[in-house]
Design a protein around this ligand. Structure first.
Ligand code: CA
Length: 241
């Protein structure tokens, strides 16, 4: 199961806002709509989105400043941004180097064009995900849902069947590693090297202890786990999807 694509739509004209949300919604994207720049920035600072569609002329904070603020922020600095504008010249400026928008549509635009641009932007690999994969870090990776466990690395948040659970950093990294490789068996040695990268004062026993602790947090019955399974004589795996 893959988490739904989340789009933040920022447009002060109600009809246009509804139109954009309707058509992106028909594509299967979950749209959140706001009508001014300040509200949009607050949302972009609170949560990670997969795409932002924003109008240039906005009350509160204009689209150009909003773009820049998002690019300088933490959670959405690499979010694809599609700008809506009334004037072509304006668009060239916004998509230019300065603000960091990725693409634009000039009003009035057709909904098919909107959907096509959105799709194209969503297909691009995001910089943070690439960097993170290269560095082995998980906190810039997108949220994932495996079985009924939602894992949001950017916010270090885990929900099991909708219920939030608190995890330590190690528990979190173990869960993320196993859940994003559901069905794949990891030996204790492999987990040891991946979870305790620098720490040399650990043994394979530490892995067992960590697994036990994680089970207590996420399993309804830690003695009969549904998610975090033991593969006897080999190691551990997350239940196949
Ligand atoms: Ca406007």
């Amino acid at each position: 199961m893959v988490a739904q694509t989340r789009v933040l739509v920022v447009e002060d004209e109600p009809h246009l806002r509804e139109l954009v949300c309707l058509h992106l919604g028909l594509e299967g994207y979950a749209c959140e709509a706001v009508g001014d720049g300040q509200a949009a920035l607050a949302r972009a600072e609170a949560e990670r989105f997969d795409l932002m569609v924003l109008d240039v002329m906005l009350p509160g904070l204009d689209g150009l400043s909003l773009c820049r603020a998002v690019r300088n922020g933490r959670l959405n600095r690499d979010v694809p941004i599609l700008v809506l504008t009334a004037r072509r010249e304006e668009a060239d400026k916004v998509v230019g180097l300065e603000s960091g928008a990725d693409d634009y549509l000039t009003k009035p635009f057709g909904v098919r064009e909107l959907v096509a641009r959105a799709r194209a932007l969503l297909r691009r690999p995001r910089a943070a995900a690439k960097e993170a994969a290269a560095a082995g870090a998980v906190d810039a990776l997108p949220p994932v849902t495996v079985h009924d466990i939602e894992i949001d690395p950017a916010r270090r948040r885990v929900r099991v069947q909708g219920r939030e659970v608190e995890l330590t950093d190690q528990e979190f990294r173990l869960l993320h590693l196993l859940a994003t490789h559901a069905g794949i068996v990891f030996s204790r040695e492999a987990l040891l090297s991946k979870i305790w990268r620098e720490d040399t004062f650990v043994t394979v026993r530490s892995v067992d202890t960590l697994v036990k602790r994680l089970r207590r947090r996420i399993e309804a019955d830690p003695a009969a786990p549904r998610y975090l399974l033991t593969v006897w004589g080999v190691g551990y795996k997350f239940a196949d999807v």
